[in-house]
Design a protein around this ligand. Structure first.
Ligand SMILES: Nc1ncnc2c1ncn2[C@@H]1O[C@H](COP(=O)(O)OP(=O)(O)O)[C@@H](O)[C@H]1O
Ligand SMILES: [Mg+2]
Length: 252
């Protein structure tokens, strides 16, 4: 395994799922063996791959609740090289199930160790919280990518993510690094972006690629397609491709 990356921000609607899906598909298109893990009870990433997510009713809930071997829960997607561990609406019960258990933080890490040799990259779509589920992703990961939407409120919350990361490094996973923040729904040359970008850069390294808004994102999702399938030449597709190249150069 080259890198296990979690896409995390405790805010909803900042582009975590869109980024997870397009990073995972983008890496698979480079010929890498990729596992996409959907840890959000809303199932949004899984819904892009209905061919896999509906299979056998097996999902990431069973990993946490019954410690079913991860290999039995992973399914192939239509994208060559891309495998999926789908989510379940029941994931919202995990915090209660695992709280107080000694090994509650290590379930995902231990599961991924059993499939080390099968994948080059693992991409984890986290829920919009810094819950026990997200902490499982931090403990299992080598890197965190933080999608951010430029707004007056972008900076709120960065501190909490940095704190959670530092806590994880100290207690559980000394290898964890924040690879950077990715600006999603980014409109260049607005006063807002010119003011907020330098403020973000005081706390986090920014990826050079910035993701512009496009209606194609919602349209592709509605059709259960990735942007690469729906509109390969779209500016947002190209931006995600460039972002994938940046990430690839870290771990490749
Ligand atoms: N670049 C983009 N252009 C247009 N809409 C986008 C873009 N990125 C995300 N969206 C839309 O914004 C919403 C939130 O994105 P999503 O990736 O689901 O965020 P999160 O997982 O952080 O909640 C979704 O409806 C998605 O389709
Ligand atoms: Mg999401």
């Amino acid at each position: 395994m080259k890198q296990t990356l979690c896409i995390a921000n405790q805010k909803g609607g900042v582009g975590k799922t869109t980024t997870s899906v397009h990073l995972a598909v983008g890496l698979a298109r480079k010929g890498e063996r990729v596992l996409l893990i959907d840890l959000d009870a809303q199932n949004n990433a899984s819904s892009v791959f209905p061919e896999s997510s509906t299979k056998n009713g097996k999902d990431s809930f069973l990993l946490f609740s019954e410690k079913v071997p991860i290999r039995e829960l992973i399914t192939q997607t239509r994208i060559p090289g891309l495998n999926l561990l789908p989510a379940s609406s029941k994931l919202s019960q995990i915090d209660v199930l695992l709280s107080g258990k000694m090994d509650g933080f290590f379930v995902l890490k231990e599961a991924l160790e059993t499939v080390q040799g099968d994948f080059d990259w693992v991409v984890i779509d986290c829920p919009p919280s810094l819950s026990l589920i997200t902490m499982n992703a931090f403990v299992a990961a080598t890197g965190v990518i933080v999608p951010l939407q430029i707004s007056k409120f972008s900076l709120d919350g960065i501190e909490a993510i940095l704190e959670a990361k530092n806590h994880t490094v100290k207690r559980f996973n000394p290898n964890l690094k924040i690879l950077g923040a990715l600006l999603t729904l980014f409109q260049q040359r607005t006063t807002m972006s010119q003011t907020v970008v330098p403020m973000i850069e005081e706390h986090l390294r920014l990826f050079e690629s910035k993701i512009p808004p496009s209606v194609a994102v919602e349209e592709a999702h509605l059709l259960n397609q990735s942007l690469y399938e729906y509109q390969p030449k779209n500016k947002t597709t190209k931006a995600y491709q460039q972002f994938t190249d940046e990430v690839y150069s870290f771990g490749g």
